[in-house]
Design a protein. Structure first.
Length: 391
């Protein structure tokens, strides 16, 4: 059902390491990683345990497949086609949160069916945690049309916090009607949620890079229990420099975009230009401001700009350290994911992001590949860097 992977890297399925020798199923592998990650992050409440229990059901038939049978489809949630990704998010002032992103329709026969399966998965979460999935219905014709196109249809994520109710997020494909209609689709979706002016303001300020070097990657909605639910727009920036990423960060009122530039330089290891895997910005909108973003996140695809995961870990530790955090929880999280040596591969850490809002403290999030099907070997050649080499 999927055309070639548009963004993440594709790995050959035969390269398998780091997974224990008695072949588990995908469901067991992921539930084990999630369980250990929750433990590592001290997220021990019963509702987080619901997520571990629900996870195999969300993956559908893919969950029961032994890992050595390979991926059921070329999902691009993670580079090795694992239809899931985990992440740990750190704020200076509080306990970490754990998130898990899945593609429920990864075994569906068509993109359209994948969307239907995704909706059923959302309903299951809505029933378990008592929230309304209705906001998705408002834009179903835009993102889940009868003959949907593109590499995916609907992904969902669970955001698990100690003691608090879980947040649910849904990710939809702006290119469901084809790449040429993405801007129109997103504009209409924003209008339906009351953000007509936000789209106009964004287009006025982004004219130099959008759409040519700004691909509309995801339209995302917060569902369930959030203090302030967001409508989010993810944009991939092909060939952006640090200065250009900083300019996008400047769309957040009152923020300090320079800090985002520093973050980007550290995580990118001094890369001058992100001409491999793209930097991704996420702009979020809430009722608080109908015109300007209330949040901005920069995701740096560290896996394409570092020799190996030890280097990626050190950069993530550096950005946590710069914000007064310590690296111990990060190391516990990495150990929860894999027993392989970090220097033996690259891509366990897929992205490191910095999220800022107009209302709360910034967060650093480390995105983790389940490496269910493949471990990418360390990169032999470094990309060109301003510092003349790193790692
Ligand atoms: N693997 C895809 C990519 O790298 C999709 C994806 C997964 C993604 N997690 C993400 C994109 C976080 C941006 C941010 O693009």
């Amino acid at each position: 059902m999927h055309p070639p992977v548009p963004l993440g890297r594709t790995l050959s399925p035969e390269r398998r390491t780091g997974v224990d020798p008695v072949t588990p199923t995908l469901g067991e592998h992921l539930a084990g990683q999630l369980q250990r990650l929750l433990h590592a992050a001290d997220v021990t409440c019963p509702r987080a345990q619901d997520a571990v229990r629900l996870l195999p059901g969300l993956l559908g038939p893919a969950a029961g497949r032994p890992l050595d049978a390979g991926p059921a489809s070329p999902s691009f949630v993670s580079d090795d086609h694992s239809p899931a990704e985990l992440s740990v998010s750190f704020a200076a002032d509080g306990a970490p949160t754990v998130r898990v992103l899945v593609e429920p329709g990864c075994t569906a026969g068509s993109v359209t069916d994948s969307g239907r399966t995704g909706l059923l998965a959302l309903d299951r979460l809505a029933t378990c945690w008592d929230f309304a999935a209705e906001p998705v219905d408002r834009v179903a014709d835009l993102f889940l049309p009868p003959a949907a196109r593109g590499p995916f249809s609907l992904w969902c994520a669970m955001d698990l916090r100690q003691g608090g109710p879980p947040g649910v997020k849904v990710y939809l494909n702006p290119e469901a009607h084809g790449g040429d209609s993405a801007a129109e689709v997103v504009e209409e979706a924003l209008v339906r949620f009351g953000f007509r002016w936000a789209w106009r303001a964004l287009m006025a300020r982004a004219a130099s890079w959008c759409p040519d070097r700004g691909r509309l990657l995801f339209f995302a909605l917060d569902l369930g229990h959030w203090q302030e639910p967001r409508v989010k727009l993810y944009i991939a920036h092909q060939g952006f420099s640090v200065a250009e990423a900083e300019a996008v960060a400047g769309l957040l009122p009152g923020g300090r975009p320079r800090r985002v530039g520093d973050f980007c330089r550290t995580v990118g290891g001094g890369a001058r230009c992100f001409d491999g895997l793209p930097l991704v910005s996420c702009l979020s909108f809430t009722r608080r401001d109908r015109e300007r973003p209330s949040g901005h996140t920069l995701h740096v695809p560290v896996r394409d700009y570092a020799r190996d995961d030890r280097v990626a870990r050190d950069r993530a530790a550096a950005v946590l350290g710069a914000r007064g955090g310590d690296a111990h929880p990060l190391d516990k999280a990495l150990a929860a994911m894999t027993s392989r040596r970090l220097s033996d591969g690259v891509g366990l850490i897929s992205y490191v992001s910095l999220a800022r809002t107009t209302s709360g403290p910034p967060r650093v999030t480390v995105y983790l590949s389940p490496e269910a099907y493949a471990v990418h070997p360390p990169r032999e050649q470094q990309r060109d860097t301003a510092a003349g080499g790193h790692g």
